[in-house]
Design a protein. Structure first.
Length: 355
C-alpha cells in the first residue's frame, strides 16, 4: 500500500504584530479576503495549500520562490500566509488524497504546480468556494483549465510556462546547420509535451528534416529512450517542458553528450542537470508572480475568473558549459551562434539543484 507522504506545514510569518493581537482565520477564499470597506484586517491569516507534481529542479525552484515571496508579501501587508506543502510524486491516488486533505483543512486557496495537479484541483474543487492558482501549466486553454487565457471564466487562474518551440528549433540549426536527423524525447502521457512536440514536427516537416521519436513514462524508460537516440544516430535531441524527462536528466545527459548529441530542452533547469541547452521562462520569476497572484486574490479581492493567465518571455538560452566541453564545442562560438535568436544567452554548470 502506498503511503501518503507526510504533510509539511510551513508558517510564513509577517512582521511582528502587537502583543495580544489575535490572528483572524480567513475562510472561503476571496469572500473572506477583505472587509466590506475593501481593507484587509491586520493580522489576518490565510491558509494556502501547495501541491507539487514531482521532485525536480524546475518545479522545486517554483515552489521555493512561491514560499519566499508569500513570506515577503505577508510582511508587507501585515497578514500571514499559513502554507501546507505536499508533493504527490506523480501518483494520481496520492494527488487526490492531498487535494482532499486541503479541502478538509478548509484552505482559503490552493496552488497546483504543473498541469496534472492543476487539473485535479480544478475537478475536486468544483462547486466549492476555493480559488485555485496554477503554476507552470504550458497550455491552460488546451488542458481545459480556463475558457481563455485573457478571461479564465471560473475560480481558477495562474501562470503559464508556454514554450516557443520554433525558437528552440532555430537554436538547433544555428549551432548545426547540417543537422539531418532530430530526436524527439518526451513522455507521451504529459499534456505539457503534446503541443510543443506537434509544433516541432511541423517545423521539421517544413524544412524536410527527418525526426525520430522515443518516449518513456519514468526514469528507467527515459534512460532507455536516450540510448535508443544514440543508436539511431540523431544529430540533436529536443525535449519540451516535460517533467518526466526533467526528472531523468541527471541520468541521461552523459549518455547523449558522450555520443556527441546536444540535448535542447524547454527550461533552464534541464541545463542545470546536464542538458546542453535550456531555453524558456525564468522559473524563479514564475514562482514570484504566482505568489503575487495569490496575494491579489486573497488580500486584494481580485476575481480569479477575471484575472488573466500570466505568460512570460521565452527569450533566454541557458548553456551548460560542462556539457559544452563534453560535446567538443566552444561556449563563445555557441553563444555567438545563438545570440541572433535569443534576448539573452547565459551559462551554467551541472548541479542537482539551484542555489
Amino acid at each position: 500500500m502506498k503511503k501518503i507522504m507526510r504533510k509539511v506545514t510551513v508558517l510564513l510569518t509577517t512582521a511582528a504584530l502587537a502583543l495580544g493581537m489575535s490572528a483572524c482565520a480567513a475562510q472561503g477564499g476571496t469572500s473572506a479576503s477583505a472587509s466590506e470597506s475593501g481593507a484587509v484586517e491586520s493580522g489576518t491569516t490565510y491558509k494556502v495549500g501547495i501541491c507539487n507534481y514531482v521532485d525536480d529542479a524546475s518545479l522545486n525552484q517554483i515552489v521555493d520562490n512561491i514560499q519566499a515571496q508569500l513570506e515577503t508579501l505577508g510582511k508587507e501587508n501585515n497578514v500571514k500566509f499559513e502554507v501546507s506543502y505536499d508533493n504527490c510524486n506523480a501518483d494520481a491516488n496520492v494527488l487526490n488524497q492531498i487535494v482532499a486533505n486541503f479541502i478538509a483543512d478548509n484552505v482559503d486557496l490552493m496552488i497546483g504546480v504543473a498541469t496534472p495537479v492543476a487539473m485535479t484541483m480544478q475537478s475536486l474543487t468544483e462547486g466549492k468556494d476555493i480559488p485555485v492558482v496554477f503554476a507552470a501549466v504550458s497550455d491552460p486553454e488546451g488542458a481545459g483549465l480556463v475558457a481563455s487565457n485573457d478571461a479564465p471564466g471560473a475560480n481558477i487562474t495562474g501562470t503559464s510556462d508556454y514554450l516557443d518551440t520554433n525558437a528552440v528549433m532555430n537554436l538547433i540549426f544555428a549551432n548545426d546547420p547540417d543537422a539531418k536527423r532530430i530526436g524527439l524525447l518526451y513522455d507521451i502521457s504529459q499534456d505539457a509535451s503534446t503541443v510543443p512536440i506537434n509544433a516541432a514536427k511541423e517545423y521539421l516537416d517544413g524544412k524536410g528534416i527527418e525526426y525520430v521519436e522515443h518516449t518513456g513514462t519514468n526514469v528507467d524508460e527515459i534512460a532507455l529512450a536516450a540510448q535508443a537516440m544514440v543508436a539511431d544516430g540523431v544529430d540533436a535531441v529536443f525535449t519540451p517542458t516535460d517533467n518526466t524527462v526533467m526528472t531523468a536528466e541527471l541520468t541521461i545527459y552523459e549518455t547523449l553528450a558522450n555520443a556527441g548529441i546536444p540535448h535542447y530542452t524547454g527550461a533552464d533547469s534541464f541545463a542545470l542537470n546536464g542538458a546542453f541547452v535550456g531555453y524558456g521562462v525564468d522559473y524563479a520569476n514564475l514562482g514570484v508572480e504566482t505568489a503575487n497572484m495569490v496575494k491579489g486574490i486573497l488580500v486584494d479581492g481580485n476575481d480569479p475568473a477575471k484575472t488573466p493567465v500570466m505568460t512570460f518571455d521565452n527569450g533566454t538560452a541557458t548553456v551548460n558549459t560542462d556539457t559544452c566541453k563534453l560535446l567538443g564545442l566552444d561556449y563563445e562560438t555557441v553563444k555567438e551562434a545563438f545570440t541572433p535568436y535569443c534576448l539573452r544567452v547565459q551559462e551554467i554548470t551541472t548541479a542537482e539543484n539551484f542555489n
